[in-house]
Write a protein that binds this ligand. Structure first.
Ligand SMILES: Nc1ncnc2c1ncn2[C@@H]1O[C@H](COP(=O)(O)OP(=O)(O)OP(=O)(O)O)[C@@H](O)[C@H]1O
Length: 312
């Protein structure tokens, strides 16, 4: 946002900033000097175990609660002073999703769209269709399943075409079709509308295709951040390579430590990426190679390395 031309130097100001934010509940510190920034158009995954402070961070950025110390900015607004402005430019999906149980799905959406001053029945009907709730729209939300409430919560969050989305566990309770649809929708919103997204999830493999960057929270502190590539570069010092061959080969003969990982499948431990090609060439001279995969650089492996503090 706000690309300011100061003389000859162009300064890009982050869309969201948190500076040394701490939060105490009843004298207990749950966030400790949390600092990060998010640029407009980024999709950032906020990761961390139960109780690490993810939801608290989202509630602070929304102005639902105030920090005990530190500064925050969302767009042009200070969440402590301009919570209403932030809420009108952002969509939020949290656990309860703030839906009225005794109203139908459609009534909920009509109500919230009028509250947001964005009433558009055609859009509501289209979203109900897209999120697979066309049939259920006349049923009371109290009778919805967990997954249906999640879908309705997602529609509620995006009804007014917000510039910013805060999504707390957006795929919780969804079936595989629902998960795929919601993730695709988030990605499309980001790519087509430039929507900035901050999302929390424990299902790490789902995030890899959606997030451009990650923040890792542990016991209320940011312990790591970066893109998947940056984290890989920083954290992956040895390569665990899984190779599926068409014939039994003796893994020991290729000069690297190896262990069987299934029928004709071997897991090699290599000191460097540059060892991959010569190893595969040597194996391919003896047996067909069907699949090669670096196993320890996906988000889940990185998450556990970061949590375990390995390679530090
Ligand atoms: N209103 C509150 N009053 C007192 N303590 C709270 C309150 N809200 C959160 N906490 C505490 O703050 C800590 C962080 O909670 P938070 O919900 O932010 O974690 P989280 O990372 O979102 O966890 P989860 O992955 O389980 O959703 C927890 O110890 C929690 O008990």
């Amino acid at each position: 946002m706000n690309v300011q031309d100061r003389g000859r130097i162009t300064v890009s100001v982050p869309f969201i900033e948190s500076e040394n934010v701490s939060k105490d509940f009843n004298g207990q510190r749950v966030l400790q000097n949390v600092s990060f920034s998010i640029d407009e158009g980024e999709v950032v995954g906020l990761l961390g175990p139960n109780g690490s402070g993810k939801t608290t961070m989202i509630r602070l950025l929304n102005g639902v609660i105030n920090p005990s110390s530190g500064k925050m900015r969302v767009g042009d607004y200070n969440p402590e002073k301009n919570a209403d402005d932030i809420r009108s430019m952002s969509g939020i999906l949290t656990d309860g999703a703030g839906l009225y149980q005794e109203m139908t799905g459609l009534e909920n959406l009509v109500f919230f769209s009028k509250l947001y001053k964005a009433y558009d029945l055609k859009r509501i009907k289209l979203l109900l269709e897209e999120f697979g709730l066309a049939e259920a729209q006349y049923k009371n939300v109290g009778k919805y399943s967990t997954g249906m409430k999640r879908r309705l919560g997602m529609i509620k969050a995006i009804l007014h075409k917000p510039k910013l989305l805060f999504l707390d566990e957006p795929t919780n309770g969804l079936d595989p079709e629902g998960i795929q649809m919601v993730l695709k929708y988030i990605k499309a919103l980001n790519q087509q509308e430039g929507t900035t997204v901050l999302l929390c999830s424990h299902i790490l493999h789902q995030l890899e295709h959606v997030c451009s960057r990650y923040l890792f929270l542990q016991q209320g502190q940011i312990i790591e951040s970066g893109t998947l590539k940056e984290l890989e570069k920083k954290r992956v010092n040895i390569i665990e390579l899984k190779v599926e061959t068409g014939l039994p080969v003796s893994a020991g003969e290729f000069g690297f430590p190896a262990a069987a990982a299934g029928e004709n499948v071997y897991r090699f431990t290599l000191p460097d990426r540059s060892d991959i090609t010569p190893l595969i060439q040597r194996i391919a001279a003896k047996a067909p190679v069907y699949h090669v995969e670096i196993e320890n650089r996906d988000l889940e492996s990185l998450y556990f390395q970061i949590r375990g503090g390995k390679n530090e």
